[in-house]
Design a binder for this molecule. Structure first.
Ligand code: NAD
Ligand code: UDX
Length: 466
């Protein structure tokens, strides 16, 4: 079976880049990306490629190559479904904010809506691919919806979780470590559908990197891959607290640990805490599933990864307050960075939001500079926490478009995102224009601390005793 027409429901951080790369690498396949959000679709269709809704290095070039040729963005979801032989569901699956499982379980309402819409619209057999991250055994729920419409249409359901990381999405898609395809491996129809999807990825990835498993292993592997990655960050962050008390240096410890080839160097960068739309959500979901199945110890084990991450964010904010003589009321504190990591405009669950919220509680005056995040997004992030009124958030948080202006007259600078440009600033100039003593809190350990100390800064960093 050779696929000629794909529809992807959800034009977000996953749907957009993933489909752009599939369209780029498979010019003979028509790829329609559809979304209920008209603004998002308009942004994907904007002539000016700098206005794409997502900032990702290399994405503009891929979209420029494929858009209008075989890549299309539209709000006509029904047409997209009707025409496609293969439909990807790539909608958001946030943590539930209400009812049973509130604050823990994944909210599957958007996925369910997609399944119902597919069931209503489809008149021919389709392959439905779960691209969203979903709790193990969700494919059964989707199957129940699709198989009970009674219109004779047959559906194959595949799980094909996405492993891209933001900021490196295009590169991750071009050079994926592996692609995971879960399906009904026990039946000929199931295997045929899995092979059809494998053939798409085989346009640019070696066959041995395309793994086929049963559908439940695929669903669970995605949740656990994120849990393992987040666990590494929480492990190194736990040690950073110990380093600060013992004069061990976290970067030296990370290098020493990571030199063991069984452990490896990656994902051992101590920080103010992990953010992003996936880690916390997926671990909470894993914890919820374990608890629901009576696996209390397993649930507690994974929950600790989140507890440690919350501790790290709070510890960083408390460190700022303590260093500034336990009072920051009215003091200007400049944030360099708001995004949850460099090279993305995404701020979901960014550590910066929680550190800001904590400092605003102590009546600090926060001035933020981030090269890619828009001011409305920063205010929306703070307002979402509901800690204080929108008016107060606007009064005490100022968004700046120039880093030097942002730092002028400040008592302290806190680095919240590891944007490369921060390393290249004229730090002497910044120092000259700050109040003295001039403090720097490097939440990403990216600056040249020795140099800053030489200039006269008082430096505090993660996992460093100075
Ligand atoms: P997102 O919020 O950026 O995008 C989701 C899009 O789906 C939105 O544009 C929304 O308008 C649209 N949508 C919601 N319901 C719809 C419906 N019924 N019909 C049409 N469109 C609808 O989310 P995302 O970051 O792309 O994540 C999508 C999924 O991929 C999630 O399950 C997430 O866990 C998973 N994932 C995300 C990442 C990541 O780095 N962001 C990586 C791997 C996996
Ligand atoms: C993650 C997974 O890496 C990806 O495979 C999955 O598909 C989606 O979730 P993402 O959240 O986009 O990707 O970025 P990632 O690079 O994993 O970083 C997550 C957070 O951890 C960021 O806040 C980052 O700054 C932080 N981090 C990461 C560290 O603090 N230290 C590290 O060593 C690595």
């Amino acid at each position: 079976m050779s696929i000629k027409n794909i529809c992807c429901i959800g034009a977000g951080y996953v749907g957009g880049p993933t489909m752009a790369v599939i369209a780029q690498k498979c010019p003979e396949i028509k790829v329609n990306v559809v979304d209920i959000n008209p603004q998002r679709i308009a942004d994907w269709n904007d002539e000016n490629l700098d206005k794409l809704p997502i900032f990702e290095p290399g994405l503009k070039e891929v979209v420029a190559e494929a858009r209008g040729r075989n890549l299309f963005f539209s709000t006509d979801i029904e047409k997209g479904i009707r025409e496609a032989e293969m439909i990807f569901i790539s909608v958001n699956t946030p943590t539930k904010t209400y009812g049973k499982g509130k604050g823990m379980a994944a909210d599957l309402k958007f996925v369910e809506l997609c399944a119902r819409q597919i069931a209503e619209v489809a008149t021919e057999d389709k392959i439905v691919v779960e691209k969203s991250t979903l709790p193990v055994r969700t494919a059964q729920a989707i199957k129940d919806i699709l198989d009970n419409v009674g219109n004779g249409v047959k559906f194959q359901i595949l799980s094909n979780p996405e492993f891209l990381a933001e900021g490196t999405a295009v590169n991750d898609l071009h050079h994926a470590d592996r692609v995971l395809i879960g399906g009904d491996i026990a039946t000929a129809e199931g295997r045929k559908a899995m092979d059809a999807l494998s053939d798409i990825y085989a346009h640019w990835l070696p066959k041995e990197r395309i793994l086929q498993t049963n559908v439940w292993s695929s669903e669970l592997s995605k949740l656990t891959a994120n849990a393992f990655l987040a666990q590494r960050v929480s492990s190194i962050n736990a040690l950073s607290a110990l380093c600060e008390k013992t004069e061990a240096d976290i970067d030296e410890v990370a290098r020493a640990i990571g030199s063991d080839s069984r452990i490896g160097q990656k994902f051992l960068k101590s920080s103010v805490g992990f953010g992003g739309s996936c880690f916390q959500k997926d671990i909470l979901n894993l914890v919820y599933i374990c608890r629901s199945l009576g696996l209390q110890e397993v649930a507690d084990y994974w929950e600790q990864v989140i507890i440690l991450n919350d501790y790290q964010k709070r510890r960083f904010a408390d460190g700022i307050i303590a260093t500034l003589n336990n009072t920051i009321s009215g003091k200007k504190i400049t944030f360099f960075g708001w995004a949850f990591k460099k090279d993305t405009n995404d701020t979901r669950e960014s550590a910066a939001i929680y550190v800001a919220d904590h400092l605003l509680d102590d009546q600090g005056s926060i001035h933020v500079y981030d090269p890619k995040v828009r001011p409305q997004q920063m205010y929306a992030d703070l307002n979402y926490l509901n800690t204080r009124s929108e008016k107060e958030n606007e009064e005490f948080l100022t968004v700046c478009t120039d880093p030097y202006e942002a730092a002028k007259g400040a008592h302290a600078i806190a680095v919240l995102t590891e944007w490369d440009e921060f390393k290249t600033y004229d730090w002497q100039r910044i120092y000259n224009n700050m109040l003295k003593p001039a403090h720097i809190f490097d939440g990403r350990n990216i600056l040249d601390h020795k140099e800053l100390i030489k200039i006269g800064f008082k430096v505090r960093a993660i996992g460093k005793a100075y």
